[in-house]
Design a binder for this molecule. Structure first.
Ligand code: UD1
Ligand code: MG
Length: 377
């Protein structure tokens, strides 16, 4: 028997409203493709096996995540969320444990919420637990129809009566299932609904008919459940995540004069007592040490900057390594392969590329140093 915890992430949809040549789940949020976040949340919450259902531009998605330890499942025709989960069954043969279902376009959901809901699902011995949220404007979402703690069914907006549309408790599209029940019940889904699709949401009524426990857990912070359908929502989600990243950094000892204008990817590390001025961007695999000053307009990409650096206004640093106590700029350009051993000064309008500068070596202004080695001092 194959028990334990497994997750399925749905990401086969087209994402029409993004108006993009790229698949929706590859659009970045704070430097990482959207799909990275639900995968990470499921992993952090202890779901060992993860299957991702892809369809539209499947190859682009699987290529972008080639290093990721997940099972890829292709849903060639998008016949609905119920059908998508059924496709994933083949990647989890014989699995009879607890199954988490996430959507690839819900990037803000945190692992600790999943852990709490998993605990609840187990304590209640539920067959289906739906994560729900109270929405002031529930338009477009499936509505939760309850009989006290038992969720009787989920009704899609397009199939709902006027009374049902007034219900504010909505289906977030995230669930925990008893895998054995759901994989067998999915085979009986019908498409007799307004959209002619296999609705995963119909599993709830099926479980009720089979005499099972179905539960709904309200998520207090509904922004975590936000789904990305267009580029406005993408920007909103990025703003939420950016604030989260900046908050964590400030709590760990990094100063930001105006955190609303500081753009740090979720992959970046920064040491304590470093000060970030307004309009700083730190991207990719960047590590900044402690006691650094990073002035306005500085952009750092995939670089390591050791303790005590002063990066002055308007400097750009790409794929470079800076030892301790370097002074850069204003308006300096360090291009890939620049290595500053330590205590270096690179002044205004200096450009370096594949240049190694020994300890204390300086270049104060208006210089190009490329494919070069410069000795100490
Ligand atoms: C779904 C829920 C709705 C819920 C809402 C939350 C159903 C029937 N409805 O509606 O109750 O309130 O999510 O956001 O499930 N997908 C596939 N293959 C498919 C269809 C969809 O992989 O054949 C994926 C999409 O890429 C997306 C997710 O499943 O990531 C949800 O699909 P979507 O079409 O957005 O469902 P909604 O209509 O929003
Ligand atoms: Mg949707």
């Amino acid at each position: 028997m194959n028990t334990g915890l497994a997750a399925v992430i749905l990401a086969a949809g087209k994402g029409t409203r993004m108006k993009s040549a790229a698949p929706k789940v590859l659009h970045p949020i704070c430097g990482q493709p959207m799909l990275r976040y639900p995968i990470a949340a499921a992993q952090q919450a202890g779901f060992e096996q993860i299957a991702v259902v892809v369809g539209h531009q499947a190859e682009m998605v699987t290529q972008a995540f080639s290093g990721e330890k997940v099972h890829w499942v292709e849903q060639t025709e998008q016949l609905g969320t119920g059908h998508a989960l059924l496709c994933a069954a083949e990647a989890l043969p014989g699995f009879t444990g607890t199954l988490l279902l996430l959507c690839g376009d819900v990037p803000l959901l945190q692992a600790d919420i999943l852990e709490q809901v998993l605990q609840y699902h187990k304590n209640e011995k539920a067959t289906v637990t739906v994560l729900t949220a109270e929405m002031q404007d529930p338009t477009g979402y499936g509505r939760i129809i309850r009989n006290q703690e038992q969720v009787m069914k989920i009704v899609e907006e397009k199939d709902a009566t006027e009374d049902q549309r007034r219900i504010n408790e909505i289906n977030t599209g995230t669930y925990l299932f008893d895998a054995e029940f759901v994989f067998s019940a999915l085979k009986n889904l019908k498409t007799d609904n307004a959209q002619g699709e296999y609705y995963l949401t119909d599993i709830v009524a099926a479980a009720v008919s089979a005499g099972k426990k179905t539960r709904g857990v309200g998520i207090p912070d509904a922004t975590q459940m936000m789904g990305i359908n267009d580029r406005r929502q993408l920007a909103e989600a990025e703003a939420v995540m950016r604030w989260h990243i900046n908050s964590e950094l400030m709590l760990s000892g990094v100063s930001m004069i105006d955190p609303t204008t500081v753009y740090v990817d979720s992959t970046v590390e920064i040491g304590p007592d470093t000060v970030l001025h307004p309009n700083v961007q730190l991207h990719g695999a960047t590590k900044i040490g402690s006691n650094c000053i990073i002035e306005t307009g500085v952009v750092v990409v995939d670089s390591t900057v050791a303790d005590g650096a002063h990066l002055k206004a308007g400097s750009a640093i790409e794929e470079s390594q800076l030892g301790p106590d370097c002074k850069i700029g204003p308006m300096a350009h360090l291009r890939p392969g620049t290595v500053l051993v330590g205590s270096n000064k690179i002044g205004n309008f200096v450009e370096t590329k594949k240049a190694v500068m020994g300890e204390g070596a300086q270049s104060s202004h208006l210089t190009y140093i490329g494919d070069a080695e410069v000795g100490k001092n």
